[in-house]
Design a protein. Structure first.
Length: 134
């Protein structure tokens, strides 16, 4: 069964009341056959608060016993950004303005669509932390 990890996260742009991030999700294929990824969906929480949602229809072949990255754009409304930013600022103030700011905890859940038609769906869930500068 394939697994998924977060390989990279970059700010893509800010438009109106939403912020767009480009994620690179790494799909691991432990099987002896190539894996056809037909897209994925995901939801991202930061510090236990809903943050962004995304979908990708990117077609990627993950080699047998190998990995590949799948790009996905996730969209965060301005209101979803406010909570984590306020927490980050409060932590900065409580630290006396020092540069020691805690990493941001994230949790991502989603579904990878597999096969010729994308009808096979495999759920994934992952947790980790982002350095404050991400």
């Amino acid at each position: 069964m394939p697994t998924v990890s977060l390989a990279n996260m970059e700010l893509q742009g800010i438009k109106g009341l939403e912020t767009i991030f480009r994620l690179q999700l790494r799909v691991f294929n432990p099987d002896d056959e190539p894996l056809e990824v037909r897209g994925l969906t995901c939801t991202l929480k930061v510090n236990d608060k809903s943050f962004a949602t995304g979908i990708s229809d990117e077609h990627v072949t993950v080699p047998a016993s190998g990995t590949a990255t799948v790009p996905v754009l996730v969209y965060a409304g301005m209101f979803e950004l406010v909570g984590p930013v306020i927490e980050l600022l409060q932590d900065h103030v409580q630290a006396g303005g020092k540069k020691e700011v805690k990493p941001l905890a994230y949790e991502m859940t989603g579904m990878v669509r597999l096969g010729e038609t994308g009808e096979e769906r495999i759920p994934f869930s992952l947790k980790g932390s982002l350095p404050p500068e991400k």
